[in-house]
Ligand binder design. Structure first.
Ligand code: CP
Length: 301
């Protein structure tokens, strides 16, 4: 059977994605009951993080362990990758030793190169273009707290970067209506938007959040954009999610942020403690959705 990769949400069918979300919810229940399966017994995963991570790394390492497998963290600084060994050579070698690779890097093309050269599944642990693992947890969280996402209204405020791109893909795969408000020059790629009939740019944050069932934002300066931070703060200030903006959403709107959050920038500190904030649940759900993804890619279900 051909190996499967998970570089974007479009690598799975809508049915497969929904099955992943449902399996993640089941794995969460089993974990809490102390009856988690040993479905990855004897399997090993390698995690290559060219950028920093807390949630993604811990979810992968703890998730492999909870399902009976093991994980190896490979810092580029401590491996031959850091001394210039080609990505393709590294991918071929690791394919002989472990069962799955999880890769985070500043270049989506680098993760594609890993996937092309590896004979084992490769998971995108976040690149400049996409963060599909976060979307699995976000959708799991919305459905856990608010019910099915299909047909709902979702607002994304802020930078048209990897999280926004992932929400555009999610709108297509799960069938919800996405409205995006971004400052000019920070909008998502027009071609990507054009491919997704149910995602649209709107003029103002208020227009985006009006009646929204889910309101999402992300940091204004992602990893590697620190030098632009002051300029970005000025441009993005009107896009901050605060209680006033949250009140414009649907009566039971949910707020999500992939974290880490910059309080006082993209989100007011009160919103993170508001009962409508699901970001903490979503962070915990990273563990279970990544376990479901590992089971799926390793073909153990
Ligand atoms: N949301 C997210 O990916 O968190 P980390 O950067 O801590 O992995």
């Amino acid at each position: 059977m051909a190996k499967r990769d998970f570089l974007t949400l479009l690598d799975c069918s809508p049915q497969e994605l929904q099955a992943l979300v449902e399996r993640a919810a089941q794995l969460k229940r089993l974990h809490r009951a102390g009856t988690a399966p040993r479905s990855l017994a004897g399997r090993t995963g390698a995690l290559i993080m060219q950028l920093k991570s807390t949630r993604t790394r811990v979810a992968f390492e703890a998730g492999m362990h909870q399902l009976g497998g093991s994980a190896i963290f490979l810092s580029p600084a401590d491996t031959q990758l850091g001394r210039g060994e080609p990505i393709a050579d590294t991918a071929r070698v690791l394919s002989e030793m472990v069962d799955v690779l999880m890769v985070r890097g500043p270049s989506h093309q680098d993760v594609r190169t890993f996937a092309e050269a590896a004979t084992i599944p490769v998971i995108n642990a976040m690149t400049d273009l996409y963060h599909p693992c976060q979307l699995l947890a976000d959708i799991q969280t919305f459905e856990e707290l608010r019910g099915p996402i299909a047909g709902r209204r979702v607002a994304f405020l802020g930078d048209g970067y990897n999280m926004c791109n992932s929400y555009i893909n999610a709108a297509r795969q799960w069938g919800f209506a996405l409205r995006i408000a971004s400052p000019s020059d920070y909008e998502p790629d027009a071609a990507m938007l054009a491919q997704t009939g149910n995602a649209a740019l709107v003029e103002t944050p208020r227009e985006a959040v009006a009646g929204a069932d889910l309101i999402v934002t992300d940091v204004w300066s992602s990893m590697g954009q620190e030098e632009e931070a002051a300029q970005r703060r000025a441009r993005f200030a009107p896009y901050q999610v605060n209680e006033t903006l949250l009140d414009q959403g649907a009566a039971n709107t949910l707020f999500l942020h992939c974290l880490p959050a910059h309080r006082g920038e993209e989100v007011d500190h009160r919103v993170l403690d508001d009962p409508r904030c699901g970001a903490w649940v979503a962070a915990g759900n990273r563990l279970h959705s990544q376990k479901a993804l590992l089971e799926f890619l390793l073909g153990v279900l």
